[in-house]
Design a protein. Structure first.
Lengths: 78, 237
């Protein structure tokens, strides 16, 4: 079983990396680029699924994998 | 007066902190490894700068789960003084002992410089004897020191007098030019609502000797010692 977690900076948080990449893309001719936000993507392999696995993963997403002050996360199980 | 200097794997200002504190009269410091499980022997606790756990995931994100952090949280709740400098500040925010978070510098660059800091809270346990508006000079060295807090948190910090230090220019004005990392409202250091946990991005530990450019950092450690003594005499009376 695999869990995929995407962590993104909240809209209110400055993302200077995203701004720098946006400018580079525009500089390379991609004028259509309006905005870029950079986050993190985690792939987590799990030995087995269980009734409480998803709830425990969500807890760790909040406590460890993301910081709710500055980031939002999405968790998808496959 | 015994200070604990916590060593995480990746701390690199632990020696600076130990040396700075041991160089002050009446103060002594000892290292405490992050796997230790007691801080009972110490009057105050310092989380030093560095790159705990390589700053993997986020600065301070993994360090906050080190075994010693249970004791740091316990000591903070008991009212003991806790100081976090640079990476230590990031750990305190991740551990939710301080509100807000520290994110990538606005200019994306690692900034290594001497900065000026305006004291906003003259009577805190960490700034005793420094009048409001006093300007301290200390070095900074960080890539992720841009302080962020949402609007509500920011309002509370200001209303409760928790913003202890702001980056300023030579006249004491908090201009955008004197803000080295894009921190919201030029915030350089904050304390918790109880006033016993303080985090700042600048390095008081690297500013305890005029031969190194400034001795202003010593005022933070000496203030802590004074506050502890005052607390003891209050308890005795």
């Amino acid at each position: 079983m695999k869990a995929k977690v995407v962590v993104m900076p909240k809209a209110a948080v400055l993302d200077p990396q995203g701004a720098a990449v946006r400018e580079a893309m525009q500089h390379l001719g991609m004028r259509e680029v309006k905005n870029v936000r950079i986050g993190k993507y985690l792939e987590i392999d799990l030995e087995r699924d269980g009734a409480d696995v998803e709830a425990r993963l969500h807890k760790l997403c909040r406590d460890l994998l993301s910081n709710p002050v500055i980031e939002d996360y999405q968790l998808v199980k496959e | 007066m015994k200070f604990a200097v916590i060593q995480f794997p990746g701390s690199n200002c632990d020696q600076d902190c130990l040396r700075a504190i041991n160089g002050l009269e009446g103060l002594s410091a000892e290292y405490v490894w992050h796997k230790a499980t007691s801080l009972a022997a110490f009057d105050a606790i310092v989380l030093p700068g560095g790159f705990a756990y390589g700053d993997y995931l986020r600065c301070g994100a993994i360090a906050r789960f080190s075994p010693i952090m249970n004791e740091v949280v316990r000591a903070a709740k008991e009212g003991r003084l806790v100081l976090g400098t640079c990476n230590g500040f990031q750990v305190l925010c991740e551990a939710e002992l301080l509100p807000g978070a520290l994110v990538r510098n606005r200019g994306l660059r690692f900034v290594c410089d001497m900065v000026r800091l305006r004291i906003e809270v003259p009577d805190s346990a960490f700034t005793r004897g420094c009048a409001q508006g006093t300007i301290l000079r200390m070095p900074i060295a960080h890539g992720e020191g841009c302080y962020f807090a949402d609007a509500n948190t920011l309002r509370e910090l200001n209303a409760n007098g928790q913003v202890v230090l702001r980056y300023c220019d030579v006249t004491g004005a908090t201009s955008p030019e004197s803000n080295p990392n894009g921190s919201i409202e030029n915030i350089a250091g904050i304390c918790n609502s109880e006033g016993n946990v303080f985090g700042l991005m600048p390095h008081p530990d690297r500013a305890c000797d005029t031969r190194l450019g400034s001795a202003d950092g010593a005022r933070i450690f000496l203030s802590m010692a004074e506050a502890i003594l005052a607390g003891r005499s209050k308890a005795a009376a």
